[in-house]
Ligand binder design. Structure first.
Ligand SMILES: Cc1ncc(COP(=O)(O)O)c(C=O)c1O
Length: 407
């Protein structure tokens, strides 16, 4: 694997959208021309200074970039080991990293002459970010969401509607993120002539994993430079940590550190209620090769190959697959994987609120819980950089109702 960022991003994916054995485009034939058109248009726009300039302008003036890197002084000192730093993606407009690629997709849709954005959402963060980008650029927006998540994340559903989006309930199977994705993909197949699928993560058929990774790369680019500034420009963190469902925030953060051999990259999955199939969503830990939502990757499956049910306290991590690039990086040994159970996620959520004054998204609390374990085991000379992918406002009602205030 090439170890400088530029040759790596030129090598992967290949022309057919493969990251090693993972990726590709396994999708109904009728949409292939639309995907080919998107791949070609994106390759041209990716290198266009005008496109990149406009994207940077929107990110700076509307979205609130650059987000800061911040030292968790209290918790680091309580743990007595490695120092923990967080990349504050929770401070983005709409509260999570998802807006990084939503703004990119909306700009892409405008350039392609599309009038509508379609997507799925789990926790509602992607849906709100997309509805926001659609409103900004004057596009229609249709967001598919599982009925279970609609009930759990009602404030985000209200926000999407306020922003002018149509929320389409998905009520098959577990009525969660996978079913929302099935429903949104089906809508895109029908409407691809005038609509662009603005996928929620680095998943799906080529070119979606590539596009999402590129739009999210700003997280790691900023974080790397900010970390060097903060620590006197001498060295990088020894560990970089991100939670992972499809992999958009993890790839955004990791992509700038892939070539740094001294930096260990940790992807943190949800171990949910237990290690039993159906009770977690730890795809890298327990899955095997399969095809899901148009790409070959690692998938949690029953013995007969059907996609397994999944569970996590964080709606945005309730997904039985993983993006193909994360699957390749894991297979190659470049990233290591850990799985954190629900109760530790809730403890990390309370601890961040009380000791640091930051209420994290339950998704991000997976990465934080892992970082707390790691910090306690590592010497104080080491530094851990965590992608704090989103804020927990959307989770407050759910946590108060089910776990109280943590007092
Ligand atoms: C705040 C937050 N972090 C992380 C994720 C997981 O997605 P991904 O693996 O694409 O970063 C989500 C998904 O909804 C999210 O809302």
């Amino acid at each position: 694997m090439p170890n400088d960022a530029q040759s790596y991003s030129q090598t992967y994916p290949d022309a057919e959208g493969y990251f090693g054995q993972f990726g590709g485009s396994h999708y109904p034939h009728e949409v292939q021309p639309a995907l080919d058109e998107l791949a070609k248009a994106y390759q041209e726009l990716r290198d266009s200074p005008d496109f990149q300039h406009e994207l940077t302008r929107v990110r700076t003036t509307f979205q609130g970039r650059a987000t800061p890197v911040h030292h968790l002084k209290t918790i680091s000192s309580q743990l007595g080991g490695a120092q923990i730093f967080v990349k504050r993606e929770d401070l983005n407009h709409t509260g999570a990293h998802k807006i990084n690629h939503c703004v990119g997709f909306a700009l892409l849709a405008k350039k392609l002459g599309k009038t509508k954005l379609i997507a799925e959402t789990g926790a509602g963060q992607h849906g709100v970010a997309l509805a926001t980008a659609a409103a900004y650029f004057g596009l229609d927006c249709e967001v598919h969401m599982g009925e279970v998540d609609i009930a759990k994340q009602s404030s985000n559903v209200g926000r999407m509607r306020l922003l002018g989006a149509r929320v389409v309930p998905a009520s098959t199977g577990q009525s969660a993120l996978k079913e929302a994705s099935d429903s949104a993909f089906a809508a895109y197949v029908q409407q691809h002539a005038h609509a662009l699928y603005a996928i929620g993560s680095a998943i799906g058929p080529h070119p979606f994993p590539l596009i999402v990774r590129d739009f999210q790369a700003v997280v790691g680019q900023e974080a790397r430079a900010q970390f060097l500034d903060l620590t006197g420009g001498s060295s990088l963190p020894e560990h970089v940590v991100a939670c992972v469902a499809g992999g958009s925030n993890a790839l955004g953060m990791f992509s700038s550190f892939l070539g740094d051999e001294g930096v260990t990259l940790h992807a943190v999955e949800p171990r949910g209620r237990s290690e039993e199939l159906g009770q977690h969503a730890a795809t890298l830990s327990y899955g095997r090769p399969g095809t899901l939502h148009g790409a070959r990757s690692i998938v949690l499956q029953e013995g007969d190959g059907t996609t397994a049910n999944v569970s996590s306290v964080a709606s945005g991590l309730v997904y039985p697959g993983i993006g193909p690039e994360i699957a390749m990086l894991h297979e190659s040994g470049r990233i290591s994987v850990a799985a954190i159970p629900d109760e530790e996620v809730i403890s990390a959520f309370f601890r961040m609120a009380k000791d640091e004054g930051i209420i994290p998204a339950l998704e991000s609390a997976h990465a934080l819980a892992f970082a707390f374990h790691l910090a306690a085991k590592r010497p104080s000379s080491e530094r851990i950089l965590v992608n704090l992918s989103g804020r927990g406002d959307k989770d407050v009602d759910y946590v108060l109702e089910n776990y109280g205030t943590g007092q």
